[in-house]
Design a protein around this ligand. Structure first.
Ligand code: 0L1
Ligand code: MG
Length: 254
């Protein structure tokens, strides 16, 4: 049996050296709850290096994503300031293993939502909404993992870009979403793919974070999840998420 600290260290090393590792959870007998403890220890390495926790992300919030990775449960991970790439900024794939990118919706939290609060009240908990891109990069070989493995690996979080913040529109449950690479549409979807309504990702995030003792904070970013499957990120590419009524978020790849 490998202890949690050792697993967190191996995942941290894998990310820092951009080296894929074998899955760890099955051999170590790690269940979902324990995997979240590994995730906390893993992100603890980043915080010890001076990074700051700035938000949460939801993962596997769409059927397309669940099917893509063969897992059928919503998961959450932690975002730090160092993962953020300016809108229009650059991601270097050399520091990543096998990165993929996906279009998302981001919330800027205002007041702290209560677990169990009705969906309709959440508009008042959110200061602004934005189109976003998330770069994910599993630290596991072949981008293959079990549910506890991917949770321990901070849900594959690597980088994210937020487009211009917008006032919360009346409805965000069925906005068209495009993912473009070099001006060509490579994925199409709708915000409805995010648990039927991206606000539901927030209610789920509040519930799950509360279960694991994490309290969301005013000013935190919340990535609600992908509206389409993720696509591989290749050097030289210009990637853009277009979300109807919200605008665009983009990044370049070197
Ligand atoms: O953000 C996500 O939906 C990713 C969750 C982890 C699964 C994956 O790496 O695709
Ligand atoms: Mg994502």
């Amino acid at each position: 049996m490998t202890d949690l600290a050792t697993i967190a260290e191996r995942l941290d090393n894998a990310a820092r050296t951009a080296t894929a590792i074998p899955q760890l959870a099955a051999d170590a007998g790690i269940d979902v709850d324990t995997a979240y403890a590994v995730q906390e220890a893993l992100v603890g390495h980043r915080l010890a290096r001076g990074e700051t926790l700035v938000g949460l992300k939801m993962g596997l919030t769409s059927r397309a994503k669940m099917a893509q990775v063969g897992v059928d449960e919503v998961i959450w991970g932690r975002l730090t300031d160092a993962m953020r790439v300016d809108d229009g900024g650059t991601v270097t794939v050399g520091g990543l293993i096998h990165p993929r990118v996906e279009p998302e919706v981001a919330f800027l939290l205002d007041r702290l939502p209560e677990p169990g609060e009705p969906l309709a009240d959440f508009a008042s908990a959110v200061r602004a909404v934005a189109p976003a891109l998330e770069v994910i990069d599993s630290r596991y070989r072949d981008f293959t993992f079990s549910l506890p493995d991917v949770i321990a690996d901070n849900t594959s979080a690597a980088a994210y870009t937020i487009g211009p913040w917008q006032p919360v529109p009346a409805g965000i449950d069925n906005l068209g979403v495009l993912l473009e690479v070099d001006g060509r549409v490579v994925q199409t979807g709708s915000t409805a793919a995010i648990l039927g309504d991206p606000r539901r990702a927030l209610t789920e995030g509040v519930r799950l974070a509360g279960r694991y003792g994490v309290q969301l904070r005013t000013g935190w970013v919340f990535l609600a999840g992908a509206a389409t499957a993720a696509v591989p990120l290749k050097p030289g590419a210009h990637v853009r998420a277009v979300v109807e009524s919200l605008g665009t978020a983009s990044l370049k790849v070197t």
